[in-house]
Ligand binder design. Structure first.
Ligand SMILES: Nc1ncnc2c1ncn2[C@@H]1O[C@H](COP(=O)(O)OP(=O)(O)O)[C@@H](O)[C@H]1O
Ligand SMILES: [Mg+2]
Length: 450
């Protein structure tokens, strides 16, 4: 393989590095090559690392296996051409135990090595994703049934607004609860934090509503002026607008407000000719009012949903405790807590792993990002690669946030933010096309007519 200049900069590894680049730009290939060069002692670290000194994390079991396989075949190649066979043979034999793993597999290893420090049974059993999902559903049913039996205000409000389970695009209560539970357990925010955010958003929406309502007064005056001109076609629906406005209350917390706004919106259709800018402002203003009003009216729902989701979390935790099992999030949370609490253990881990690498960093949730920061202390080297465009993150905005936070932190302590420009995937696409094209020409077919 050929390596671009930017990739050579990666292999020099003179500081922590964050690479941001698209799919097929050779990010994983560069990570594997860096791994091999670390083993070979070809980076600026100035010595050859042992397999045991490197952590390489990725997001799925499949990706971890693939990465291990790519490292293994690289080591085999080096072994084949090496003069010092025993050097590479030691590394080859160490590979089955290499810390090339998913976050939870890595945490699982650390916890099993340190059960006393973690305060867990070393033979803990782990729920896989499907089992955890089933357990969570049952915990949720338990909570919903309890709420229905006690006819709580929360459940009444929620079921007035959502079906129990969603069909089509409308999410139901259960789907909302599951989504919220994911956010909470991924460490995006705690319950208190969500409640605080909800209040902050509500205050913002109230302020914005007041501003836009003030702006609407001027726009309605403008409409009155337009209506005094020569009779035009768009005057017909518009004529009722000032009256609708006068009759409306536009109170941010009134249930009528969205309907009042919708009625006004239906008056501004048509071609306003040279008055178009006025129409655009009016349309923009009414749309903002509508959005703010919906947000304000939804606020009690948001709060009820957060409250219920807290109860589901507790019920789920109790069920897991009764069975003596952990799920993937528990593993990561317990590991994080243990490393925060136990500085000796943290330092020992940092001594042990000189280099920490994370592939597909765009999928990192805040808890995993915290773990990465704990593992990679000031005396170590960190290498992160990801494609911010490909995030599978559920929470809008949080995806880019975790990644760009990592970029800022790394450059803040003198590290590098790099970008790979090349795309091997598209090159492969062109190669495939050219091959297909010529094979058809050779067979005497007309490729253009296909
Ligand atoms: N330097 C390189 N030279 C030639 N081919 C490469 C190079 N780097 C990667 N490739 C090929 O491009 C494809 C995508 O590489 P990969 O590392 O998986 O990209 P990414 O992780 O950015 O999606 C793979 O088939 C890989 O073998
Ligand atoms: Mg990759």
């Amino acid at each position: 393989m050929e390596w671009s200049e930017v990739k050579q900069q990666v292999f020099a590894f003179e500081s922590d590095i964050v690479v941001s680049a698209g799919a097929g730009s050779g990010k994983t290939a560069a990570l594997v090559e860096l791994y091999l060069r670390l083993l070979a002692g070809e980076t600026s670290l100035g010595r050859a690392l042992e397999v045991e000194e490197i952590v390489a994390i990725t997001f799925t079991e499949k990706a971890a296996l693939e990465m291990k396989e790519r490292v293994r075949s690289g080591v085999r190649e080096r072994l084949a051409t090496a003069t010092d066979k025993s050097f590479w043979d030691i590394r080859r034999r160490a590979l089955p135990n290499a810390a090339i793993a998913t976050f939870h597999a890595f945490c699982s290893r650390i916890l099993r090595e340190n059960p006393a420090e973690a305060g867990i049974d070393p033979a803990f059993s782990l729920l896989d994703e499907a089992e955890a999902g089933a357990e969570l559903q049952e915990a949720m049913d338990e909570v919903i049934e309890g709420e229905l039996r006690s006819r709580s205000d929360e459940i009444r409000l929620l079921l007035e607004n959502f079906p129990l389970s969603g069909q089509g695009h409308g999410k139901g209560l259960r789907e909302h609860l599951i989504a919220l539970h994911r956010q909470l357990s991924a460490g995006v925010a705690g319950e208190a934090e969500l409640l605080r955010l909800a209040e902050e958003w509500r205050q913002k929406a109230l302020r914005r509503f007041a501003e836009e309502a003030g702006r609407l007064i001027g726009l309605i005056a403008e409409v009155r002026r337009i209506l005094t001109g020569k009779q035009l076609q768009f005057h017909e629906p518009l004529r009722v607008l000032p009256g609708l406005y006068a009759a409306s209350r536009l109170a941010p917390e009134s249930m009528e407000t969205p309907a009042e706004i919708t009625a006004m919106q239906s008056c501004i259709a048509g071609n306003w000719g040279k008055e178009k800018p006025g129409r655009d402002s009016l349309s923009d203003c009414l749309e903002n009012l509508e959005l703010c009003s919906r947000q304000i009216l939804n606020d009690p729902l948001t709060i009820a949903l957060i409250g219920l989701s807290g109860k589901v979390k507790t019920a789920y935790r109790i069920r897991k405790n009764e069975r003596g099992v952990l799920d993937f999030d528990d593993l990561q949370r317990i590991t994080r807590d243990m490393l925060v609490r136990d500085t000796d253990l943290l330092n020992a881990l940092r001594q042990r792993f000189s280099v920490v690498m994370v592939d597909e960093f765009q999928d990192t949730n805040p808890l995993q990002k915290e773990l990465t920061g704990l593992l990679a202390g000031p005396g170590q080297r960190l290498f992160i690669v990801g494609d911010p465009k490909q995030s599978i993150y559920l929470f809008r905005g949080a995806d880019v946030e975790v990644f760009s936070q990592a970029q800022r932190e790394v450059s803040g302590r003198g590290g590098l933010n790099l970008y790979f420009q090349e795309s091997f995937r598209s090159r492969q696409g062109i190669i495939d096309f050219v091959n297909r094209f010529f094979s058809m020409v050779m067979r005497g077919e007309n490729p253009i007519s296909k």
